[in-house]
Ligand binder design. Structure first.
Ligand code: KIV
Length: 270
């Protein structure tokens, strides 16, 4: 199947993303290495080097074990593979507990990698962190709604915005983070109505994951959307490929050909 969609042939910047609000939605996927980032280059506007890395590729039960060093290492790899997308660095748990700590850590990220923005989880209690980063040349994507780094504190993952009261809380967070200087909001795990109302209320773009179709863009974890991560599939994940099955089929064919001595044939021998 060949899908025709306008190619992305220019470098995407914070400004490009902001200018897309109210126009065509932006696409973002996660990436963790140079190989796949190279494939994603020119196909999506934004790449998130997400701390989901530790769940998808390290079999951890949640994202809390990710460290700054580890995320920097993976971001360096992504930078080698992808040249056009805006690269967003996911600040790991415990690395932005105070504005000063956040600034020191994010400054290191900017010095050592090509990241062009950082993402932090938290509502209005993180406005000071967003402000200090934004005022020091570090663009921030502020992540609200279902926040995976709070899973142990919350005792699980829960969809937000189910009541008028919850929507009011989310809205207050969104407006405070915008006011503090966030250049975009990531809205995770909330009722579509909540995400749509926030999107309409703020001037900055919103990027949704499990937040319905009313946001200014979408993000998915690449190993989920291509069917490589099989442990569980949240409702919001659409599988665009059955990647794990494709790999297994390839491996079965390889095994069969090795056992039957049809591989390597002459074409693949010196
Ligand atoms: O780490 C990650 O991949 C994320 C997405 C779920 C948005 O934060």
């Amino acid at each position: 199947m060949s899908i025709q969609s306008a190619p992305i042939d220019k470098k995407i910047t914070v400004r490009t993303v902001q200018e897309r609000k109210g126009h065509e939605p932006v696409t973002m996927v996660t990436a963790y290495d140079a190989l796949f980032a190279g494939i994603f280059d020119g196909e999506v506007e934004m790449i998130l080097v997400g701390d989901s890395l530790n769940m998808s590729f390290f079999a951890e039960p949640d994202t809390l074990s990710a460290t700054l060093d580890q995320m920097i290492y993976h971001t360096k790899a992504v930078c080698k593979g992808a040249k056009l997308p805006l690269i967003v660095f996911d600040m790991p748990f415990g690395t932005y507990t105070t504005p000063e700590q956040a600034l020191a850590n994010a400054t290191r990220v900017f010095r050592e990698t090509c990241a062009e923005a950082v993402k932090i989880e938290g509502g209005r209690e993180k406005a000071d962190v967003v402000r200090i980063l934004s005022e020091n040349g570090i663009p921030v994507v502020a992540h609200i709604g279902l926040m995976p780094q709070s899973v142990r504190a919350e005792g699980g993952y829960r969809v937000r915005g189910r009541s008028e009261e919850e929507i009011r809380e989310l809205m207050a967070d969104a407006l405070a983070l915008e006011e503090a200087g966030a250049f975009a909001l990531l809205l995770e795990g909330m009722k579509s109505e909540a995400a749509t109302r926030i999107t309409e209320a703020v001037k900055i773009p919103t990027i949704g994951i499990g937040a319905g179709n009313g946001t200014d863009g979408q993000v998915l974890v690449w190993s989920d959307m291509f069917g490589f991560f099989e442990a569980f599939k949240p409702k919001f994940v659409k599988r665009y490929l059955d990647g794990a099955e494709l790999i297994r089929q390839g491996l079965r064919q390889y095994r069969e050909e090795v056992r039957s001595r049809t591989f390597p044939d002459e074409k693949h021998s010196y």
